[in-house]
Design a protein around this ligand. Structure first.
Ligand SMILES: NC(=O)c1ccc[n+]([C@@H]2O[C@H](COP(=O)([O-])OP(=O)(O)OC[C@H]3O[C@@H](n4cnc5c(N)ncnc54)[C@H](O)[C@@H]3O)[C@@H](O)[C@H]2O)c1
Ligand SMILES: O=C(O)C(=O)C[C@@H](O)[C@H](O)[C@H](O)COP(=O)(O)O
Ligand SMILES: [Zn+2]
Length: 362
């Protein structure tokens, strides 16, 4: 059967770029158009052995330096950022070089921040290999590294030149990391598309089985929504904040538990807290909260946060990038298919929602 490629454009004027989606794209030529001679391929110790050779085969006419980082969220660090800068400088990379990210969101976020800052900005390409990176982090230009005090605290908005999504890469992903990507997919349904949410509910089995047609549609629809939101508000002055549903809570969980909670898992637990908060405010029905909870659960995602003191939640949440004049602003679902961003100072109410949706201690 002929393999097809679908293309979605992120419309940003002169900086517009294409997201190509298809099975087996890594081994089809060319990966990207008009690549320069000097290329730094950033990958990690898990993805490199799986896919770097396929990429290098396509780049045999270029001078490619492979830089490999450790696996895991802790690798999105200032130390690794410095080490990559050392590599670029040691090899005399100039402003005409390109950085290619081959990996999940950790590799992509770090590579993008390097690209945004090396010699004040060099070309950047994304080859996302996790579901989460394919549906979310490779698109839209949020690049960052973490700080012990919070997630993505140092970063830049810096768009890639192109994104290449090979859906076949997902077959080697662990069940846990696959589920993490589905958390961000569910997010798009909640904030922007009730029909897509209903479609997800109806295709849980196919999605859990990683069936090609369902998976490709979920990736494509997610990228379409993300591309539209980013094109409308690249620098998160308004509607882009909705992509942060569940993240103010989720980032607090991650920052407190980097070693045990993954990003997608923390987003799922954070999403259900946001839904519960809207239920308490009388703006979301019990049926809607249950639908969100059931969908996340059926996709093997956690729907209860770990036990943490309210003060700890508060400390991390106050560092959220959406805080304005000391007041946190939360993304809250107003229905399945729409969400709003709202300043919230009522910590008693927030604490009640967190408690209701945290693991019980009895
Ligand atoms: N920039 C953005 O807009 C954005 C959006 C969402 C998330 N993020 C960030 O992305 C990160 C999470 O990304 P993630 O979930 O991809 O995590 P990750 O990059 O740590 O990848 C998850 C795991 O899967 C492994 N892996 C990657 N591809 C694989 C493959 N094809 N086969 C087998 N194993 C594979 C990785 O080595 C890792 O162990 C977080 O740091 C989060 O903050 C950024
Ligand atoms: O693209 C966006 O905008 C997002 O918020 C996507 C999120 O899924 C992603 O986790 C992002 O990195 C969060 O950014 P932050 O600004 O809250 O650090
Ligand atoms: Zn996210």
């Amino acid at each position: 059967m002929q393999k097809t490629t679908q293309q979605i454009i992120v419309g940003l004027g002169e900086r517009s770029y294409a997201i190509d989606i298809g099975a087996g794209l890594l081994t089809r030529t060319p990966l990207f158009n008009a690549l320069p001679q000097q290329i730094l391929l950033l990958t990690n110790t898990v993805v490199g052995p799986l896919y770097a050779e396929q990429v290098l085969d396509q780049l045999s006419q270029h001078k490619v330096i492979v830089h490999t980082i450790d696996d895991g969220e802790q690798a999105k660090s200032l130390v690794n950022y410095g080490a990559i800068m050392d590599t670029l400088i040691q090899h005399n990379f100039n402003r005409d070089c390109a950085i290619i990210a081959l990996g999940g969101g950790v590799v992509g976020d770090l590579a993008g921040f390097v690209a945004a800052t090396y010699q004040r900005g060099v070309r950047f390409y994304q080859i996302p290999t996790t579901l989460l990176a394919q549906v979310d982090s490779s698109v839209g230009g949020k690049t960052a590294i973490n700080h012990p005090g919070g997630k993505n605290m140092v970063g830049a908005f810096y768009q890639p030149q192109a994104v290449l999504i090979d859906t076949e890469c997902l077959q080697t992903l662990s069940d846990r990391d696959y589920a993490c990507g589905l958390a961000e997919v569910v997010k798009y349904g909640i904030i922007a598309d009730a029909d897509f949410f209903t479609w997800l509910e109806a295709h849980v089995q196919e999605l859990n089985a990683r069936e090609s047609a369902a998976l490709t549609y979920a990736i494509q629809r997610s990228c379409q929504i993300k591309a539209e939101v980013v094109a409308a508000d690249e620098h998160e002055q308004s509607v882009r904040a909705l992509l942060n549903l569940g993240h103010t809570f989720g980032h607090a969980i991650e920052a407190a538990h980097y070693d045990t909670w993954k990003h997608g898992e923390a987003v799922a637990a954070g999403t259900i807290i946001a839904a519960q908060l809207m239920f308490q405010l009388g703006e979301l029905t019990a049926v809607e909260v249950t639908r969100i909870e059931n969908l996340l659960q059926s996709l093997h995602l956690p729907v209860r946060a770990p036990l943490m003191q309210l003060e700890q939640w508060q400390a991390f949440m106050q560092r959220d990038k959406k805080v304005q004049d000391g007041t946190i602003r939360l993304v809250l679902p107003t229905a399945i298919g729409s969400a709003t961003i709202r300043p919230m100072a009522d910590w008693q109410m927030i604490g009640e929602a967190i408690k209701a949706m945290s693991t019980s201690d009895d």
